[in-house]
Design a protein around this ligand. Sequence first.
Ligand SMILES: CC(C)=CCC/C(C)=C/CC/C(C)=C/COP(=O)(O)OP(=O)(O)O
Length: 279
Amino acid sequence: MPEMVLRLIRASHPEPALAVTGVAALLAWGVGHRPGGVAVVTAAVLASQLAVGWLNDWLDADRDAAVGRTDKPLVEGAISRRVVGAAGVLAALVTPPLALATNPAAAVLATVALVSALLYNWPLKFTPASVLPYALSFGALPAFVVLALPDAPAPPLWLVAAGVLLGAGAHFANVLPDLDDDVRTGVRGLPHRIGPAGTRTAAAGLLLATTATLVFGPPGPPSWSGLAAIAVAVVVLPLGWYGSRTAARRGTRPVAVFRAVLLVALIDVVLLVIAGRVV
Ligand SMILES: CC(C)=CCC/C(C)=C/CC/C(C)=C/COP(=O)(O)OP(=O)(O)O
């Protein structure tokens, strides 16, 4: 793969972008999209993730350089700021037409999710409302996937609620490794205002609530696989919480809660797809 492409991928926040796109693809398959529908939904979600990730690094380049972020190609000077910004604008522009290949109502939801996420990049991440775009975008994501079906069914409330809780939890988990650096560069979102202990607790608590919503939300009794998912969340999330706390005390990047959150989110969706109970 050409070097430039690899650098662009690194500037896109590839871990969360792939996780969110993978979850959307599995969900699309689980709710009954045909292969073409799965492809369109996946492409629209991937484009929105790339747009948000690239424009985030484009906007944050000076702040990331000020705190010496070693994981950012823009800080290394490995890629120009103009290229990353242009890639972000291009990805944002192709998201609505891609989503429109399903139906207009679904395209509106995909666009709302994108715009809300871009508003996180600027200005909401600096305010106490920093959690809102995550909650809105992640609530809109499963609603988009369901509404994008050929007969455009109404998305179940429990699924949207699970998206909102997952998004809010992901915000706290994502900010956790950067709390100190952010404060030095003037970023004061909700997690910075409630501090590291509150942030770790919010991330783990919201993910546990997501899992419970997914297991107990659908009609009928919970499945054994659903109960197993809760058991995994109950073990993995506190382990991630503990790992992040230990890393923070050692002065290394506390990414364990973030990884635990991604793992629990993926397990939730895979179990739901296998059980065929999403809608
Ligand atoms: C469905 C959909 C579009 C969901 C996206 C929701 C959303 C608000 C995503 C933001 C992702 C992102 C680029 C975080 C980086 O934040 P940061 O600048 O705090 O972290 P960093 O230091 O790692 O760059």
